[in-house]
Each structure stands twice: as C-alpha cells, then as structure tokens.
Design a protein around this ligand. Structure first.
Ligand code: ATP
Length: 238
C-alpha cells in the first residue's frame, strides 16, 4: 500500500488558452524529500500554487493525508498541514522579524503552541533571534529566506514546499539553508517538496525526483539511481 502523504493526481492547469500543466502526477511519502526540477517556465510554480489552492486545476485532484483538498481554500490547506516557502524569501519588510514569524502561526492548532514553535525556530536559526526586533527588510537575502522558512514552520506543517529557495543566494548561503532543510526533515519527519532549477543540489538532498518540461512530468525516479545522461535529455528535452 502506498504511504503517500501528498498525491498530485493527473493535474492539468490552464491560464486562458495556455496549458501550463498537463496531467501532472507525483506523490510524496511521509518523511521523504522529493525534488521537482525543470527549466524556467516548465510549470513547477504552477503545480505548487495549485497544490496550495492558489489556482484551481482544470482536471485532476490533490490528496493530502487521505483527503481531497483540490477545492479547499489556501487557508484551509495550510491548516491541514501544508506550508509553502515562496520564491524570493518574501517577507513583510516593515514588520519585525518576530512579527513576521508569528504571522505564520495563524492555523488554530499552530496558534496554541506558537511560543514553543517560535523557540524551536530560533534554535534552528539563531541569527533570527538575535535580529528578532529588526524590520525584516533590513536583513540580507539569505536571512530573509530564513524568515520565510521560519514563518512556514510556525504553521507546524507535515509537508513543507520550497519554491526555488536558491534563487539569488550565494553558494555558501544555499549550502547552509539546505543543511537546515535536511535537519528539519530528519528531526521532525517533515515531508519536503523542493522546487529547483539546480538539479545537482536538489538530487543530492532528495529521496526521489520528478523532471517537468513544458508542463509535463517527463522523468521520475530515485534520486540516487539517476543516470546523468538520461536526466540531461529529459531536463532539456533533447
Ligand atoms: P520558473 O522557474 O521560471 O518559476 P516554472 O517552472 O515555475 O518556472 P511556471 O511559473 O509555473 O513555471 O510557468 C509555467 C508557464 O506558465 C510559463 O510559460 C509561464 O509563462 C506561464 N504562466 C505562469 N503564470 C501565468 C499567468 N498568471 N498567466 C499566464 N501564463 C502564466
């Protein structure tokens, strides 16, 4: 029996006449890390936003913890245990780091344990505790990305989705953030979906992968067993 926590089942999404995702299917098992990789415009963000209820699919469904969540609002999806760290480490720049983090604990169950979760986020990212009173807009790109991750963690998710967290960050900061993502996965058993263009980094961190090209999943499998040549052909469509 499949132990899928999240299943994307035959999801198609259109923007007007344009088909951005065609019958996309993949799943994430409990405690696993899955990477969804592909070139610019492959449809990765479209799929992630659809999972989070920001787009409604034309067909297909999304199942989380055995429940069909396809037609739920984003707020309800977050309260069920799915959290997204959006592209670019978006923060409320004028708000303090701590208030940014607390914004993430709006689901009722998360609100009850917000103090405890905040302490945990500060343990994971000590620099955020040092800067907790500073406006988030004064932090570096890497630190703002940490705020965005911390905010997603404040919702106490069972599954965390990272949309291209490496974008615009230095290799040292990316390495540091990836180490912390792996720590979150190992210590809290949080399932993770990594959206990436950096295939090497994504495959190094994940148990399994899917490659998207022009709105379709063109290759999937175990990250440790992938043949580089097959991956290259699928990734570039050659
Ligand atoms: P990136 O790595 O650049 O974020 P991606 O793989 O996440 O790329 P999407 O952002 O999902 O790809 O975009 C898939 C396709 O849908 C692209 O061709 C994009 O131009 C198009 N697209 C995305 N959002 C919209 C929209 N709101 N309206 C029309 N077309 C869109």
């Amino acid at each position: 029996m499949s132990d899928a926590l999240l299943s994307v089942e035959g999801v198609s999404v259109r923007y007007g006449d344009f088909s951005a995702a065609e019958s996309v299917s993949f799943s994430i098992e409990r405690g696993h890390i899955v990477s969804l990789i592909g070139l610019n415009g492959a449809g990765k963000t479209t799929i992630v936003n659809t999972v989070m209820g920001l787009h409604k699919p034309e067909s297909g469904r999304i199942v989380f913890k055995g429940e069909d969540i396809t037609s739920l609002s984003t707020e309800k999806i977050v309260s069920r245990g799915l959290s997204l760290v959006p592209q670019g480490g978006r923060c409320f720049n004028r708000m303090s780091v701590q208030d940014n983090l607390l914004m993430g604990s709006y689901p009722r169950t998360a609100r009850k344990k917000a103090k405890q979760t905040l302490e945990h986020v500060y343990e994971l990212f000590p620099v955020l505790e040092e800067m907790k009173k500073r406006p988030a807009g004064t932090l570096s790109g890497g630190q703002r990305q940490m705020v965005a991750i911390g905010r997603a963690l404040m919702a106490c998710p069972d599954c965390l989705i990272f949309d291209e967290i490496s974008l615009g960050l230095s290799p040292a900061v990316i390495k540091d953030i990836y180490n912390r993502i792996i720590k979150i996965n190992r210590e809290e058993k949080t399932s993770i979906l990594l959206i990436e263009q950096d295939t090497k980094r994504a495959l190094g961190a994940s148990d399994s992968f899917c490659v998207m090209l022009k709105g379709r999943v063109v290759l999937s499998g175990s990250s440790s067993e992938i043949d580089p040549e097959t991956l290259k052909k699928a990734y570039f469509g050659i």
